[in-house]
Design a protein around this ligand. Structure first.
Ligand SMILES: [Zn+2]
Length: 436
């Protein structure tokens, strides 16, 4: 796999400066601060402690927000109503927010250093189509509803972070942008995050994605994937009287058999799946058209490129085989194409990144252990561009994501919120002055 460029020394210098600026001034040139001391120093700050304490006393407010947002449907490309509801909640706090031109909702917390930005985001969309029942049911300690955890948890947590910081009058060193973004799921193709990274690229120092529940993982490795559609069309005809004419389904079968025999490496792990097939009109017709949808994933961008080329070559060869064996070419040849439906680029966070150090320090402070994960999330976009990014759960327990049985349990939510806040403040830095 192609590793992302390592963190540039300049970024490290700036971060160390940001940390130092947030420390009490002792002498002209204080020694560099080891990362593990980062949260210790942060939590020495009474305003940071006030923000951390805010969560415990406001859990029921946070719970109410999560239920309310979950019960507003947000199918792919239809996130506007949910975004408007979050916008109203932000306005109720007396804070401003704005919608960008793809539908992301943004609230800015200006830092002492506005030339550098930390982005914290939670996706608004769900995988569920319009008409899905999204009312939250309670069963024991569990809440049940499609989207309640992914990403009701992240959406509510992001609002809670904003409110805790406001409550404690915390002013960050680097500007923090809170973004409730669109288009994370499926064919949304990460369009909300693409827009955010594009908009802030020159100032963007780190991205923290809050996605789903739990505190057991940190996604620092972005799984690259591509989604493709292969189609073959032809003149079509009658199964008896036109026998011998080229048949698009035959060609697709010939091509698909070649494709599924393609060897993929175990390491870097690489997978493919023909997930959908469509075509034909009736059992006694030579079809006009057929198409398949193919998902390919790999730990290596090079392997993806290789598999995508293999798919094109195999479909072309399938068409060629079918044409060669056809007896009647009088009504024209078969046509084929392979189109890219979506693409999620891969990447990895450097193990020495200050963002990972901030997360590890936060874990240590709250007494949490988390494992590194590779997954496909909004963090794919910054990571693929050499910008530090992670995706973490926002606390509590959850399961059944992307299914109608999805559930959430708010027990332990506070730990996840503290972990997220300390990570964000660890990378943004905290100013000496008070937020007005
Ligand atoms: Zn999600």
């Amino acid at each position: 796999m192609k590793l992302q460029p390592l963190r540039k020394p300049a970024v490290k210098r700036v971060l160390v400066c940001a940390i130092l600026l947030s420390m009490p001034v002792r002498s002209a040139a204080p020694p560099p601060v080891p990362q593990q001391n980062l949260t210790a120093r942060l939590s020495d700050n009474p305003r940071v402690r006030a923000a951390l304490d805010w969560f415990a006393s406001n859990l029921s407010w946070i719970n109410e927000q999560q239920v309310r947002f979950t019960e507003i449907p947000a199918p792919p490309f239809q996130e506007a109503a949910r975004a408007a509801s979050v916008q109203k909640a932000i306005a109720d706090l007396g804070l401003g927010s704005q919608m960008d031109n793809v539908g992301n909702l943004l609230a800015e917390l200006r830092g002492v250093n506005d030339k550098e930005v930390v982005l914290v985001s939670a996706h608004l969309d769900t995988v569920f189509p319009a008409g899905t029942e999204v009312k939250v049911r309670h069963e024991g300690s569990r809440w049940l509803a499609p989207g309640v955890s992914d990403n009701g948890t992240g959406i509510a947590a992001l609002l809670a972070l904003l409110r805790a910081i406001q409550f404690a009058h915390l002013k960050p060193q680097r500007t923090i942008i809170f973004a409730w973004n669109v288009g994370e799921e499926g064919e949304g193709n990460l369009r909300g995050m693409r827009e955010l990274v594009e908009a802030y690229r020159s100032r963007l120092k780190a991205v923290v994605v809050l996605d789903g529940s739990g505190t057991d993982h940190v996604t620092t490795k972005a799984l690259a994937s591509r989604r493709l559609e292969a189609s073959i069309t032809g003149p079509g005809g009658h199964s008896w009287s036109d026998f011998g004419m080229p048949n698009p389904i035959n060609a697709m079968v010939r091509g698909s058999v070649r494709f599924i025999n393609t060897k993929t490496p175990v390491n870097p792990r690489t997978t493919f799946n023909i997930g959908q097939i469509e075509g034909g009109t009736s059992v006694n017709s030579i079809p006009h058209a057929v198409s398949i949808k193919v998902d390919i994933r790999s730990e290596s961008e090079d392997e993806l490129t290789r598999l995508e080329s293999a798919l094109r070559e195999c479909i072309a060869a399938g068409v060629r085989d079918e044409m060669d064996s056809s007896r009647d070419r009088s009504r024209g040849p078969l046509e084929w194409k392979v189109e890219l439906l979506g693409r999620r680029p891969g990447g990895e966070l450097s193990p020495e990144s200050p963002l990972l150090a901030a997360l590890r320090a936060a874990d240590e402070y709250v007494g949490n252990q988390s494992r590194i994960e590779r997954s496909s999330t909004d963090a794919n976009i910054p990571l693929s561009q050499g910008i530090d990014g992670i995706s973490i759960g926002a606390g509590g327990g959850g399961g059944g994501a992307h299914s109608l049985q999805e559930w959430y349990d708010p027990a332990g939510r506070e730990l996840g919120l503290k972990r997220a806040l300390l990570t964000v403040l660890g990378i943004s830095g905290v100013a000496e002055e008070k937020l007005q």
